[in-house]
Design a protein around this ligand. Structure first.
Ligand SMILES: C=CC1=C(C)c2cc3[nH]c(cc4nc(cc5[nH]c(cc1n2)c(C)c5CCC(=O)O)C(CCC(=O)O)=C4C)c(C)c3C=C
Ligand SMILES: [Fe+2]
Ligand SMILES: [Fe+2]
Length: 334
């Protein structure tokens, strides 16, 4: 902790809280069960009445999935822990001094640790009277963006003296985001030892019904892909990954798309996940490991997974631009 009452160190007045989804504390069955129980009990994530859903979750799902998911987490776990947490921590560290000494930059997770409420209370104690909440989801989805904000407001509901709050809007069509992706992808494609027949943009899926009920996520994904394709000068193949449960999810599914490609003469593929601001289980295990395996098993010859923006220079410059815009009027530009 900073010695906040030291006369030469200015007290932060403003907080920026980067928020991502959350991840287990360890790659073992117990930790994954705890994480999944919290995540999948969120009514914004699974929109089935709790009376029906909880017995299914506590029965079939939490008795089988944690072991399987823990095995998947073990394949991507790093010395710094879960990739999602390691990258988000690194993003916060890279932005630490971006907005001057009066701005405290920190990070939190919607599920698990560090908890949003704990970090907001810490910021308040550190002197932050104004806080910018930044859910790091380019495309708005109630199951990600809204629930992160809900959780923050739940913590504020318990405060007698609340800080003022702003939230980062979705940035799916923002030129800072599209340009950062285009630069990142161009660089990654230039480093490949093959020319891909197709470039796939894989977004996390959601139930088709959520789209029909008015969630803009699907439209945001399509627009990101169109703008990125225009910036790259080549159309992207859009697909949706990580299907969960029995309901119909957004289509086409990434796995069936990859498996069908070799028979259509597409044997060399590059794939990216522009909806994830940080690499995580869904990109590193589902796309880079399992996606490659199924593509090659179907007759594909070359496969490259292109990393997310993460804490790379393009990604950090983009976050700086987006956050600085939301801090306008709170922070005097340097
Ligand atoms: C980026 C946007 C995301 C949307 C939209 C989203 C929706 C959504 N997800 C599930 C179920 C699961 N997701 C899981 C992991 C996971 N999901 C996202 C992002 C979005 N999810 C991320 C970044 C991660 C990775 C977490 C990590 O630790 O690396 C999982 C857990 C893993 C597993 O057991 O497979 C589940 C389950 C639903 C139901 C949903 C609904 C709209
Ligand atoms: Fe998910
Ligand atoms: Fe997955």
């Amino acid at each position: 902790m900073l010695p906040l009452d030291h006369p030469t160190i200015p007290r932060p007045r403003i907080g920026v809280l980067l928020v991502n989804l959350g991840t287990p504390d360890a790659a073992d069955t117990r930790a994954v069960r705890r994480y999944l129980a919290e995540f999948l009990s969120d009514r914004r994530v699974v929109e089935i009445p709790q009376l029906l859903w909880q017995p299914i979750l506590r029965g079939a799902i939490l008795t089988t999935r944690p072991k399987k998911s823990a095995h998947a987490y073990q394949q991507v776990w790093t010395d710094a822990g879960s990739p999602l947490a390691a990258v988000t921590r690194a993003q916060a560290a890279a932005l630490k001094d971006a907005f001057g000494a009066e701005v405290l930059v920190d990070w939190a997770m919607r599920y698990g640790n560090p908890a949003i409420g704990d970090r907001l209370r810490m910021m308040k104690e550190a002197g932050c009277e104004r806080i910018l909440l930044a859910p790091l989801y380019p495309q708005y989805c109630a199951a990600t963006t809204a629930t992160a904000n809900d959780k923050a407001f739940l913590a504020l509901a318990a405060m007698r003296w609340q800080p003022a709050i702003r939230t980062l809007p979705p940035y799916y069509d923002d030129s800072a985001y599209i340009d950062a992706l285009a630069r990142n992808v161009t660089e990654a494609l230039a480093g490949l030892d093959f020319a891909p027949d197709a470039v796939v943009a894989s977004f996390h899926g959601m139930p088709q019904r959520t789209l029909e009920r008015g969630d803009p996520y699907h439209c945001h994904c399509r627009k990101t892909a169109r703008l990125l394709g225009e910036a790259l000068g080549r159309p992207l193949t859009v697909a949706f990954q990580s299907r969960f449960g029995r309901a119909k999810w957004l289509e086409p599914a990434t796995d069936t798309t990859l498996e069908a490609m070799p028979a259509q003469g597409i044997r060399k593929v590059a794939i990216l996940a522009p909806g994830f601001s940080a690499d995580c289980l869904e990109t590193l295990e589902e796309l880079a490991i399992r996606g490659r395996e199924s593509f090659v098993a179907a007759g594909g010859t070359d496969f490259a997974y292109l990393p997310c923006l993460n804490d790379g220079a393009d990604g950090i410059a983009m976050l700086r631009t987006l956050l600085a815009r939301e801090l306008e009027g709170w922070v005097t530009p340097a």
